[in-house]
Design a protein around this ligand. Structure first.
Ligand code: NAG
Ligand code: NAG
Ligand code: NAG
Length: 321
């Protein structure tokens, strides 16, 4: 049951002062082959991604964009000291403070999963796995928009894949239902939540509707759950503690680039596989910032070091099918 080859919901990174870097690098990361020229502004109305600006804001955005661009170029020029390249994306005209305010959780929260149910697993494990390539197990990358609802996307992503692995049927599940209805389980809509608590909600609520039945609109709303339209069900919720936590945590801090304590976690994502490249083990992670972010919406993050606190509050659901 606890085979590492299952997609896992992981809880990630609160990058505080020190951590600004990693998160920043992560959210700019991956688009390494995008040519800079196609992003450079040609008129006040078009900085990138067809965003519209007033003339005044345009100049301000341009400064921020150029400063990000300089930072990317500097990073990439120093390639020998880094394991990843940076690139421009739809957030490149924002400062990190703006980005954090819009997309990440505001308050620090303790997401520690140490009191979770013990997971025992004996292996053997494959050396690499990518559930995106094994079959139809992972839905397309979605976009949370300007709402701190990452926790709903990692929740649906994880349950979607768990159900697909169990039944062969890949559904797209509703994030909005979690935004609107899961408050009793200590979740806060666009202001944050925890996947493990969202799974608990689905378990006790008696199901989750699908994307078409309860579509996403990136803002808080009132609960419109219709029990008759629930399509996905949870039988049990597992917090991944030992041995995974221990294993993942075994080689603690090597990076000063982001914080890794449970109170500093501020983003939730979904691991869909793992592998190793040039001696560097990594997780393959599905994000919820659209398919044009990172590597087609995904990123790789070092495995074996509790990087950015990814092992602090990992969880997954056991679907009822
Ligand atoms: C790595 O960084 C150090 C110190 O910042 C610098 O002296 C060195 O040239 C860099 N190495 C490469 C390969 O870029
Ligand atoms: C899993 O961890 C979360 C976050 O700390 C907690 O709210 C939840 O009660 C834990 N679940 C179990 C089954 O221990
Ligand atoms: C969304 O709703 C939650 C809970 O109902 C509340 O705590 C939060 O402040 C709201 N967030 C926004 C951005 O309106």
């Amino acid at each position: 049951m606890a085979s590492i080859s299952r997609p896992r919901c992981r809880y990630h990174r609160r990058c505080g002062r020190k951590g600004v870097h990693l998160l920043f690098l992560l959210f700019l990361g991956g688009l390494s082959f995008a040519s800079a020229s196609c992003f450079l502004p040609s008129s006040p109305s078009l900085l990138q991604n067809n965003k519209q600006y007033s003339l005044e804001e345009y100049h301000q955005r341009l400064q921020i964009f150029l400063s990000n661009k300089r930072r990317i170029d500097k990073h990439n020029a120093d390639a020998g000291n880094h394991t990843f390249r940076m690139g421009l994306n739809q957030f490149s005209d924002m400062t990190f403070a703006e980005f954090r305010k819009k997309f990440l959780w505001r308050e620090p929260q303790d997401c520690s999963a140490t009191k979770g149910n013990l997971v025992r697993s004996t292996g053997p494990y494959p050396s690499a796995i990518d559930w995106r390539k094994k079959g139809n197990y992972v839905t397309p990358v979605k976009n949370q928009g300007p709402c701190g609802s990452c926790w709903t996307f990692s929740t649906t992503g994880c349950l979607e894949s768990a159900i697909a692995i169990a039944t062969g049927k890949l559904l797209e599940l509703s994030e909005q239902q979690l935004v609107d209805c899961a408050q009793a389980f200590n979740n806060h809509g666009c202001s944050g939540g925890l996947p493990s608590q969202a799974f608990e909600y689905i378990l006790y609520n008696g199901g989750l509707m699908d994307e078409d039945g309860y579509p996403y609109h990136a803002s808080n709303g009132t609960c419109k759950f219709q029990p008759g339209k629930a399509v996905a069900f949870v039988k049990d919720v597992v917090n991944i503690t030992q041995p995974w936590g221990g294993k993942i945590r075994s080689a603690l801090p090597s990076s000063s680039q982001c914080d890794k304590t449970p109170d500093k976690v501020n983003h939730a994502v979904l691991a869909v596989g793992f592998g190793e490249e040039e001696g560097l083990p990594y997780w393959i992670v599905k994000n919820s910032w659209g398919a044009s972010w990172g590597m087609d919406g995904y990123f790789l993050i070092e495995r074996g070091k509790n990087m950015c606190g990814l092992a602090d509050c990992a969880s997954y659901p056991v679907p009822r099918v």
